[in-house]
Ligand binder design. Structure first.
Ligand SMILES: Cc1ncc(COP(=O)(O)O)c(C=O)c1O
Length: 237
């Protein structure tokens, strides 16, 4: 199916109870259980909200991943992903990086013991040369902000697989319309959906897609534990 067909179908047939053809905004914190030991599948909107879920399933479909996650901003999404790592872990990162991401890495995560090396990720050789025994991941902007340098995601993903590193791609500037990093071997995509994905300059949002279910479970644990989720109003676009 063409991506534009996929995109317009997101959220259709969502509400079997009413038949609403667009996703209703479930503006609720808590969901009542039908009875003792019974569940609708929802209990508390931090853990899961049908409106947010429609968006999460939509981005997972557009990106070809196992599961999507929606956050209150792109920075909240990136923060959640960085919690996959532990003190002493090293990440190789695009040097021409969105300034807010650089600030998060250097001024916040650095003080919790994460180590970052910034390289030109349009050069496979520079990335390979920056790897260390404690490197756990590559964080790469597929098209960098601000200089619009292009990374070879397939080659970088192959390198990551060989060295058993997570390949995380900030695909904000390209969106799944122009590039699907998971198809090229990346493990995780992350977006500032505040830009082209939401598209109308009226929402701050972040999205993540995990390629496989095992990774998705780890990310869901972090999303639910930290709670920087996207609200139902902002999930509906
Ligand atoms: C490439 C990139 N990643 C992440 C972000 C952060 O996203 P947000 O502003 O939604 O927190 C931005 C914001 O400009 C960005 O350009």
């Amino acid at each position: 199916m063409h991506i534009s067909t996929e995109a317009v179908q997101i959220g259709l047939d969502w509400d079997s109870r009413t038949g609403a053809v667009t996703v209703p905004i479930y503006q609720t914190a808590t969901f009542r259980h039908p009875g003792l030991g019974q569940s609708t599948g929802y209990d508390y909107s931090r853990s899961g909200n049908p409106t947010r879920q429609a968006l999460e399933e939509g981005i997972a479909r557009l990106d070809g991943g196992a599961r999507g996650f929606a956050y209150a901003s792109g920075m909240a999404a990136i923060t959640n992903l960085l919690l996959l790592f532990q003190r002493g872990d090293h990440l190789v990162v695009t040097e021409d990086l969105y300034g807010g991401t650089y600030r998060l890495f250097e001024q916040i995560f650095h003080q919790y013991g994460l180590e970052f090396t910034y390289v030109d990720t349009s050069s496979l050789d520079e990335v390979a040369a920056a790897l260390k025994p404690n490197t756990k991941a590559l964080f790469v902007e597929s098209l960098t902000n601000p200089l619009l340098k292009v990374a070879d995601i397939k080659a970088l993903s192959n390198l990551c697989r060989e060295r058993q590193l997570l390949c995380i791609v900030d695909n904000t500037f390209l969106t799944p319309y122009l590039l699907r990093p998971l198809d090229l071997g990346a493990d995780i995509t992350v977006y500032s959906a505040s830009k082209y994905l939401a598209g109308h300059n009226d929402t701050i949002a972040g999205l993540v897609v995990a390629k496989d279910q095992q990774l998705a479970e780890r990310i869901y644990f972090l999303q639910n534990s930290v709670g920087a989720v996207l609200g139902p109003q902002d999930s509906c676009w």
